[in-house]
Design a protein around this ligand. Structure first.
Ligand SMILES: Cc1ncc(COP(=O)(O)O)c(C=O)c1O
Length: 466
């Protein structure tokens, strides 16, 4: 692929120097960046290209987000046209693309919602916590219902509140102590490593019982909401048993709590349906969306609330019931226009259905890797997939984070970008895949082929150190 015109190929070394001397990069060790010196200058469909002109198949769609694939120049036109008409005005007033986008999202989610726009998945979840708390203040005057119940090993964002809601110890420790007892954690539905040592279905979905025990232990009158990601991505793609989400939804009803579903990764076709929770037929009260909403062409995210929640924020100015939140860029006209066109592309091209189909094909291919003793489990839905690696299949002893990282590095060196789970020191042993939904079958074969070689090599290394 030819790098985009005006790309910095000629000046790659100067860019590296400029970057390393000036930029603070997120999460990645700077020493590793000094070695990799990966400068991305262009991309098309599922392929990214670096400043040396080298191509990689991006099986992570960036950070699980470029759902429609790279290089859709029509979105640049949409953004430019909108910026010429109206580049910005705060969302305390109305604007054309944000109203259209809200209506489109509402329609996709059953037509009984209102949409609050923010700028990132973290902010969407923060807004969700605040909606839940303010709703409880309005609906239960005199009571203090504020806690969020969420799961260990979950990831819900990078702000202090969303970090506290998340359950990834390693991501939190450098910032602790975090907020008080606002976020209470329960065991995740991670069946391959059931936290209760049980096996589905004889487990009787003990992970849901654990949530009820927690609600009762905390006191239901102190809890505002239960927060779940339909398929937990960060832990290495944990698909829950079919009873899980419906039973969690029933618990929320039973105790008068709001069900807050994080669709930041699951949403917009990733799991083979437009939204992850549709697999289990539940109706959440709060839904948080980001990433695939615009396929990351521009930053935008949203917190969707059911109308019964929205009505709590509706009233005469004197009643002071309005949403007590504001952010400068929410409902940004250019981002909204781009997101709206992105959603039209997802629908017109049937990309959720395509993800279901290619996902089945990819999973079939990956299951052939179970012939390697180091592959403990292969799981997923649509194009959200995990391959869990172990030193010993019977004992399920996880490979170490550096071993998993060396496999990620091997894949990159062989032209395929994959990710790995980050669920603390213990469980960073799952290779995760979330490619653009336009992935082809031959690209899917390539992912399997490179992983096959990488896992064979890893198996050799494990045998040497055993
Ligand atoms: C499930 C989930 N929720 C929330 C977030 C936070 O989104 P953002 O990085 O846009 O703040 C992420 C980010 O990866 C995520 O995976």
């Amino acid at each position: 692929m030819t790098p985009a015109p005006g790309s910095p190929v000629e000046t790659r070394d100067a860019i590296v120097e400029q970057d390393l001397g000036n930029v603070v990069h997120p999460i990645v060790p700077h020493k590793a960046l000094e070695q990799q010196q990966l400068v991305i200058v262009g991309a098309k469909d599922s392929t990214i290209v670096d400043a040396n002109g080298r191509e990689y198949l991006d099986a992570m769609a960036g950070l699980w987000c470029v759902n429609i694939g790279y290089g859709r120049t029509e979105l640049a036109t949409v953004a430019a046209e909108q910026m010429q008409a109206l580049a910005y005005y705060p969302h305390t007033a109305m604007n054309v693309p944000a109203a259209g986008l809200a209506e489109r999202i509402n329609g996709l989610l059953g037509g009984d919602n209102h949409v609050y726009f923010v700028n990132s998945g973290s902010e969407a979840n923060e807004a969700g916590f605040k909606f839940a708390r303010q709703y409880m203040k309005h609906e239960h005057p005199g009571e203090v219902r504020y806690k969020t119940i969420s799961r260990y090993f979950a990831y819900h964002g990078t702000t202090l509140g969303t970090l506290a809601a998340g359950g990834m110890g390693e991501r939190k420790t450098k910032f602790e102590p975090l907020v008080g007892n606002d976020f209470v954690h329960v065991a995740p539905p991670y069946c391959y490593r059931c936290p209760f040592g049980l096996t589905y279905p004889s487990c009787d979905v003990a992970c849901v019982k654990n949530i009820e025990t927690t609600i009762l232990g905390e006191g239901p009158e102190s809890v505002a909401e239960v927060l779940v990601e339909p398929i937990m991505s960060g832990v290495g793609v944990a698909v829950p048993p079919d009873e899980y989400l419906p039973e969690v939804a029933s618990l929320c009803k039973k105790y008068g709590l709001l069900l807050h579903v994080d669709e930041v990764i699951n949403g917009f076709g990733r799991t083979g349906k437009m939204f992850g929770h549709e697999h289990w037929g539940v109706t959440p009260d709060i839904i948080t969306i980001a990433k695939g909403i615009s396929s990351a062409y521009l930053p935008i995210a949203a917190t969707v609330i059911k109308n019964h929640v929205f009505r709590s924020f509706y009233g005469d100015p004197a009643a002071n019931r309005q949403v007590q939140q504001v952010n400068t860029y929410g409902g940004h006209p250019a981002a909204a226009a781009v997101a709206l066109r992105n959603i039209e592309i997802l629908v017109e091209e049937g990309l959720a259905e395509r993800a279901a189909d290619t996902g089945r094909y990819l999973l079939d291919g990956l299951r052939t890797l179970l012939r390697h003793p180091a592959v403990g489990d292969v799981r997923g839905k649509g194009l959200l997939v995990g391959v869990e690696l172990v030193k010993d299949r019977a004992a399920k002893a996880p490979i170490s984070a550096p071993q998993a990282q060396s496999l990620v590095d091997f894949c990159r060196e062989n032209g395929v970008i994959v990710g790995r789970s980050v669920a603390g020191r213990e469980y960073s042993n799952t290779i995760v895949l979330a490619p653009p939904l336009v992935l082809t079958r031959s690209e899917s074969d390539r992912i399997v082929e490179v992983l096959d070689r990488g896992i064979a090599r890893l198996g050799g290394q494990l045998a040497e150190t055993a």
